[in-house]
Ligand binder design. Structure first.
Ligand code: ASP
Length: 348
């Protein structure tokens, strides 16, 4: 009889083990559109669905994993802060240290999802998968993409192939690496893309399949007393003269600055003067670019170009976007303020 049941199971692709044998996944929920409902009083979507409620809507998950949920926050991801990153990373590290846990899934708004994913990628010390997931269509919309995305996130979190690949975003049946992925569309469900190198793989009902692995990964473990400073981003645009940088300096609270420069990482001569004032106070400055793909490089030597910026101790961000460079600077600057040592983190 047992053989017949097992055979049937293989035929219909059903896992016949008892629930206790299924892998355990911890879901840490933070809010976002995946957890939002239309509020007729406020006349718009608001985060309102707890982690438990999110999972109640997807009973199919019980066939592939045991899931335990913790609600970390119920907020839009525009309200995510570095303090929440610390809380989330610490909790994820604790949870992953439990040998019974296969992986962690973080539900999150899409707006700052790539920053949270990269922060987790840098600070999770376990090899187990950490999957960040959200939705572009709110939970109260009939064809919301949330349940499908969450189910696929769980599939990746329990996949042996996902081990050692760090934090990943799983949405629209695609798996993208935290360091590389960015939100590319305000509304499109296929918003998360790795523009330069492409997705890592697919996750769907048909299974999880990887085609490549992220190579430029590093871990900066959090200490019990790690405190993150104030690191700001200033963008360059035609006519930018450094007034915003001087305004930040005058507040006296700046611990690091990322410049979203032009092209290969260029700024005007006027903005260069303001950056020099920041460097004179030994505050780390990282040069990124507002261009979506490619590295910043010191190829030009005029005032404000790469060669002059490196000469005053600015660090080049390789191909990290300004928002990802800020995440790395937040963490690296807890270890060092020396430009050469900081450059090692950005060249890693
Ligand atoms: N406003 C939402 C957020 O929390 C958008 C989303 O989740 O897609 O980021």
């Amino acid at each position: 009889m047992r053989a017949i049941v097992a055979c049937l199971g293989v035929l219909v692709g059903v896992h016949l083990g008892s629930a206790a044998e299924l892998p355990l996944v911890k879901v840490l929920s933070t809010g976002g559109t995946i957890a939002s409902r239309y509020d007729p009083v406020q006349k718009g979507f608001v985060p309102a669905v707890s982690g438990e409620q999110l999972l109640e809507g997807i009973p199919e998950i019980k066939a592939i994993a045991r899931v335990e949920v913790e609600t970390i926050a119920t907020i839009g991801s525009s309200d995510i802060t570095p303090e929440i990153w610390l809380k989330l990373a610490r909790r994820a590290n604790e949870v992953l240290a439990d040998p019974a846990v296969a992986g962690v899934v973080v539900t999150h708004g899409t707006d700052t999802m790539e920053e949270t994913a990269y922060f987790l990628d840098l600070t999770i010390t376990s090899q187990k998968p950490v999957i960040v997931v959200g939705a572009q269509r709110a939970a109260s919309i009939k064809d919301t993409d949330g349940p499908r995305n969450l189910m696929n996130a769980i599939r990746v979190a329990i996949s042996p192939e996902a081990v050692g690949k760090g934090a990943m975003i799983v949405m629209n049946e695609e798996i993208n690496a935290a360091r590389e992925v960015t939100k590319t569309s305000t509304l499109d469900v296929g918003t998360f893309r790795t523009l330069e190198f492409g997705k890592l793989g697919y996750a769907s009902e048909e299974g999880v399949r990887f085609y490549r692995a992220p190579l430029r990964r590093q871990t900066i473990p959090l200490a019990a007393d790690t405190r993150l400073g104030r690191v700001e981003i200033v963008m360059h645009y035609a006519g930018a003269d450094g007034a915003l940088i001087r305004a930040l300096l005058s507040q006296g609270k700046l611990d690091g600055l990322v410049i979203a420069g032009l092209g290969l990482g260029h700024v005007s001569g006027a903005m260069f003067d303001a950056i020099e004032e920041v460097r004179a106070k030994n505050i780390p400055v990282v040069i990124s670019t507002r261009v979506y793909t490619g590295r910043v490089l010191p190829l030009y030597a005029s005032k404000g170009s790469g060669v002059s910026l490196v000469k005053i101790g600015c660090v080049e961000a390789d191909n990290l976007s300004p928002q990802k460079a800020r995440v790395l600077l937040l963490l690296a600057s807890t270890r060092t303020k020396d430009p050469k040592e900081l450059a090692n983190y950005f060249n890693h």
